[in-house]
Design a protein around this ligand. Structure first.
Ligand code: PRP
Length: 211
């Protein structure tokens, strides 16, 4: 019998799309389709167990082995650098990490640049590559408020449709990196459950290529 595979899915639209792909790969779990507040779903026949987790926590579950596989944004991988295998770019959840600011923003050359962000490590590494001295203001959400209220000069944040920036009279100044959802695996699971993990990875890869 093949081993049970544990999959951490990010709550929300991305997780639902990922589940649809996994279902197509033959790893369906009918109880998942019953709306409710349950967080764990299992289909013993198919040997799969799914958990719904906060998107930014997926990599933690996978890194520590509570999940064998997970679906996570590249932004989280770049920010937290978890010790996991990145197996596949799922080609969905596409957005970009960018520097944005007010339309009249001018870099205050000679002064420390104040950068508000949810992604301090990405911001630090980006500006250290440019040898720019910065002061990170670590916020947890509504980052766009920071330059408007004078809390920061710029923000480093995710831009998807660009609507949030536009509606707040902000604009992108520099693109840092494109982002999309990735399939990740726990390092030990990849060794001990390699057959099933490779089967899932291959099937998802074919679906991505069909898109
Ligand atoms: C993210 C991001 C931007 C917004 C970008 O925020 O931080 O604020 O989405 O999307 P858009 O380009 O399509 O407008 P999120 O919705 O996660 O909320 P937050 O403010 O709590 O971070």
């Amino acid at each position: 019998m093949r081993p049970m595979i544990n999959v951490a899915l990010p709550k929300g639209r991305l997780g639902e799309k990922a589940y649809a792909m996994l279902k197509k790969s033959g790893f369906d779990c009918p109880t998942m389709e019953d709306p409710g507040r349950k967080l764990i779903f299992e289909n013993p026949e198919k040997g799969v167990r799914y958990f719904w987790v906060k998107p930014s926590d997926v990599a933690i579950y996978v890194e520590r082995g509570a999940a064998d596989l997970g679906i996570v944004g590249k932004d989280i991988l770049l920010e937290y650098r978890p010790d996991v295998y990145e197996l596949l770019d799922l080609g969905m959840g596409r957005c970009r990490m960018a520097v944005a600011g007010k339309k009249d923003f001018r870099d205050p050359v000679g002064q420390t640049l104040k950068v508000a962000t949810k992604f301090p490590n990405i911001a630090r590494s980006y500006y250290s590559g440019k040898c720019r001295d910065i002061d990170i203001i670590h916020l947890n959400g509504s980052i766009e408020l920071a330059p408007i209220l004078g809390l920061s000069h710029v923000i480093v944040d995710i831009v998807e449709t660009g609507t949030t920036l536009k509606e707040n009279d902000l604009m992108v100044y520099e693109e840092i990196v494109p982002i999309s959802a990735r399939l990740i695996a726990n390092v030990a699971s990849y060794q001990f459950k390699d057959d099933v993990i490779n089967e899932i990875c291959q099937s998802l890869k074919e679906q991505v290529e069909e898109l």
